[in-house]
Design a protein. Structure first.
Length: 296
């Protein structure tokens, strides 16, 4: 095993860890790992990420289903619509230049990270019934199209759609989202396989590592405050998104972005370690208390 392959497999554990803990974030990590560590071109990395995340989500969904955290009617309807959108997105993505796909992916990373850092609203009214059919189908088509096109936006679009718009409780939204992610990831992969081919040995190794990480994430779930975990991961994804943009944008736009990001990063570090009433710290504590109340 080469050093590159070993590092790729090791980092792939984080993919499953994210899915197991947060119900999303797998492809946000998979595409950069396969592109910048394993050396895949962007289209191959996006296609491979769809298989890795789809397989890992399917395995994780079994655990949630056993704990009755899956709304099957909602999940299958959302997933079927998502498959149609994802297959179309995969077909379209196969004909778009890799640089444009990576820039779109990076913008999705930034949007996802900001949503994670901001957190969810507390006024969501949960219910136990299934969601309206037309609403589920429309949301599934939109989310599926985004996922199939850039290989991202799975769990972190599905979970808010089910929890915030649909009113499902967070545990049920996470479990149901894994079913949806698995379905539309494989559909998006089918669209990409019409134009790209994959190194299945590498993809298989990454998938096994990610599945191992999902089991680890499931064991850790509930032991780490969700708000602190989500916001910490959100900042990490934000850094990764900016990194990808700096790599892919033409000069001098990438230099300007890198400079601005560096100044903001220094300001955030100074706020955290120097300012006693830094909002970065004060935002986490109340959210963490809310999450612990929800778990009880």
């Amino acid at each position: 095993m080469t050093l590159t392959l070993a590092l790729t497999v090791l980092l792939s554990v984080l993919i499953g860890l994210s899915l197991g803990l947060l119900g999303g974030g797998g492809s946000i990590l998979t595409v950069p790992i396969l592109t910048y560590v394993a050396g895949m071109n962007p289209k191959e990395a996006i296609a491979a990420s769809l298989f890795v995340v789809g397989a890992t989500s399917a395995v994780s969904a079994v655990t949630h289903a056993r704990k009755k955290r899956v709304k099957w009617r909602t999940g299958l309807l959302f997933g079927a619509a998502g498959m149609a959108g994802a297959f179309g997105g995969g077909l379209l993505g196969g004909h778009i230049p890799g640089t444009i796909l990576m820039i779109a992916f990076a913008l999705m990373m930034v949007a996802t990270s900001l949503a994670m850092i901001r957190g969810r609203k507390n006024h969501t009214v949960t219910h136990e019934g299934e969601l309206p059919v037309l609403k589920v189908i429309f949301e599934g088509l939109v989310v599926g199209l985004v996922t199939g096109l850039v290989g991202a936006g799975g769990g972190f679009l599905v979970v808010p759609a089910l929890a915030l718009l649909g009113g499902l409780s967070m545990p049920v939204a996470v479990g149901t989202s894994l079913v949806v992610i698995a379905m539309k990831s494989f559909a998006g992969l089918g669209g990409y396989l019409t134009t790209v081919s994959l190194d299945w040995v590498l993809v298989g190794a990454v998938t096994i590592a990610a599945i191992f990480g999902s089991f680890l994430g499931a064991r850790l779930s509930g032991r780490i405050p969700e708000a602190a975990l989500r916001q910490g991961f959100g900042y990490f994804v934000l850094v990764m998104g900016v990194f990808v943009l700096v790599q892919e944008l033409p000069s001098p736009a990438n230099l300007i972005l890198g400079l601005v990001a560096s100044v903001i990063a220094v300001a955030l570090v100074l706020c955290w370690f120097v300012v006693p009433a830094c909002p970065l710290r004060t935002r986490i504590a109340p959210s963490a208390e809310t999450d612990r109340a929800e778990m009880r």
